[in-house]
Write a protein that binds this ligand. Structure first.
Ligand SMILES: Cc1cc2nc3c(=O)[nH]c(=O)nc-3n(C[C@H](O)[C@H](O)[C@H](O)COP(=O)(O)OP(=O)(O)OC[C@H]3O[C@@H](n4cnc5c(N)ncnc54)[C@H](O)[C@@H]3O)c2cc1C
Ligand code: HEM
Length: 451
């Protein structure tokens, strides 16, 4: 019998689906591409009508600017004149108008919180809202030294009270090490639930718990070595992050809390966090698709869960552009041999280069050793829904094949009940089929697999 999982792929509100439910990209007029927009923003034209002056905007003032040719929108406390952008907006003028003269932050985040509006609209900045958005109430109260006591964690959003119970943390030290222990009080916490970065003197660890993130964000009181390790005791949901001291001195406190430290906040409110990854290699896979290998910095712990994607960020002619890509394993076979090493620092991507595209030609021009910013994982897909599958049918087209690589690998190694896997892979021509040989070998080797 066909065993259909209750949640389909991609998840109901994942980016792959944004177009469903009546929302879709609209065809833009000739000369209204993103590159054309970037050119307009660099042309020196006064796009706000304020000749470069920044003003404080009251709510009453904002409300007045609600027409297509005079449209202001507030996002995260900053007000933009989006009228010049109307014709360039891939979601269409009507969508943009739904936030006209008001605070569009929630609407914007619902549709595409990854879009780098600050950079794209910097020439459209009118100013700040006169009333600054309030800081989390307890933030200032906790601006004292973290003295090693277990502080009560902050829940910055009232909605979070309906979410998972709030985690807590503690820390202890030996001569050489400082260990931060996070008690999530959850069972389904894995190594890929924790994303940690050490940058300058600050340390940030984000633990994903369902649709929430628990943040440890500290300006450390002493210097540490670049690399650190993360361990998870899965059955009790305990996370241990072991930092290596630079000097063998005793720490009196862990450090000072930074924004959202010790808070459980809805994941959509955390903002996308990026780190620079180095291009290690680039190989042709088909006539237009390449396998990119990126290396995470030693000061980052990040594993992308199956079915999720990350965002790449590059500055193209002075504007930060963000595009999503789905990590894969380096070959269809490597993951079948052994699980990915927990401290794996390499991430692989299959990326089609569009000669007339905006982002991929820039990516293709990167030299080995160059850097690209890579975000935390995003998406709602949960591989656990595949647990008791008997038959798995996968449909992919073009580079839409990329999420299938890890899904296939997981299915063939982790689902004992699985009887049959069928991949239907749609391509324009035979030459476009990514990893055709590997797929054929796999189908030949594994009799439960069809391609
Ligand atoms: C969740 C997710 C995961 C993804 N994962 C991957 C992945 O793993 N690998 C991968 O290769 N891609 C992936 N993508 C697609 C990727 O994000 C980019 O869309 C893709 O790389 C194209 O980027 P670009 O800027 O180079 O091209 P674009 O500038 O977007 O152009 C692409 C093509 O469309 C044409 N075009 C652009 N604008 C118009 C217009 N207005 N009218 C008509 N034609 C137009 C261009 O000429 C070009 O041929 C993913 C997308 C999503 C949503
Ligand atoms: C606040 C009101 C807004 C709404 C309701 C809205 C809505 C939408 C919708 C529905 C799409 C199409 C998504 C898809 O089908 O893939 C879209 C795409 C897009 N919007 Fe907006 N938008 C808003 C504001 C903005 C602003 C202020 C910017 C400024 C830069 C912006 C930039 C973009 C970009 C770059 C895309 C293309 C994303 C992609 O490539 O997938 N939008 N928007």
């Amino acid at each position: 019998m066909l065993n259909v999982p209750s949640q389909s792929f991609p998840g109901p509100s994942s980016q792959q689906r944004v177009s469903s439910g009546g929302r879709s990209k609209v065809p833009l007029k000739q000369g209204r591409s993103l590159m054309d927009w970037i050119r307009l923003t660099k042309s020196g034209k006064d796009l706000t009508g304020l000749k470069g002056r920044l003003i404080e905007v009251t709510e009453e003032e904002l409300k007045k600017h609600n027409k297509k040719d005079d449209c202001w929108i507030c996002i995260r406390g900053f007000v933009y004149n989006v009228s010049p952008y109307m014709e360039y907006h891939p979601g269409g003028e009507e969508e943009l108008m739904s936030a006209a003269g008001s605070d569009g932050t929630d609407l914007f985040d619902q549709v595409h919180r990854w879009v780098n509006y600050e950079s794209m609209l910097k020439e459209c900045l009118v100013g700040r809202m006169a009333v600054k958005p309030a800081f989390p109430k307890d933030y200032h109260e906790e601006k004292r030294l973290l003295n090693g006591m277990l502080p009560k964690s902050q829940v910055t959003d009232p909605l979070a009270k309906e979410g998972p119970s709030s985690p807590s943390y503690d820390w202890f030290q030996t001569d050489a090490l400082v260990t931060i222990v996070i008690y999530t009080k959850q069972k389904d916490i894995y190594l890929d639930s924790v994303i940690a970065d050490h940058r300058d003197d600050s340390f940030r660890a984000e633990t994903v718990i369902k649709d929430y993130s628990y943040l440890i964000h500290i300006a450390l009181s002493h210097e540490i070595q670049e690399d650190f390790s993360v361990r998870v005791v899965e059955n009790v949901g305990k996370i241990e992050i072991v930092l290596k001291k630079k000097e063998n001195t005793s720490w009196k406190c862990l450090g000072h809390p930074l924004e959202n430290h010790n808070s459980l906040i809805p994941k959509k409110d955390t903002g996308l966090y990026y780190r620079k990854c180095q291009l290690i290699s680039k190989e042709d896979v088909t006539h237009d698709t390449k396998l990119f290998c990126l290396m995470l910095p030693p000061s980052t712990h990040l594993q992308v869960p199956t079915g999720l994607h990350v965002y790449f960020k590059l500055t193209i002619t002075g504007t930060e552009i963000v595009k999503p890509y789905t990590p894969i394993s380096d070959s269809l076979f490597s993951e079948f041999k052994e699980p990915v090493l927990p401290n794996n620092k390499y991430i692989y991507f299959l990326i089609k280069i569009y000669p007339a595209g905006l982002f991929t030609p820039e990516l293709d021009h990167l030299q080995i050793g160059d850097y690209v910013s890579v975000s935390n994982p995003e998406g709602n897909f949960k591989i656990s829904q595949f647990q008791d599958l008997e038959d798995l049918f996968l449909l992919a087209a073009g580079t839409g094949f990329t999420p299938m690589v890890k899904v296939l690998s997981y299915a063939l190694t982790h689902i004992p009940s699985l009887r049959k896997v069928k991949l239907m892979f749609f391509n324009k021509t035979e030459d476009d089929i990514i990893w055709r040989n590997q797929l054929e070998k796999l189908a030949f080797k594994d009799k439960s697999t069809y391609f």
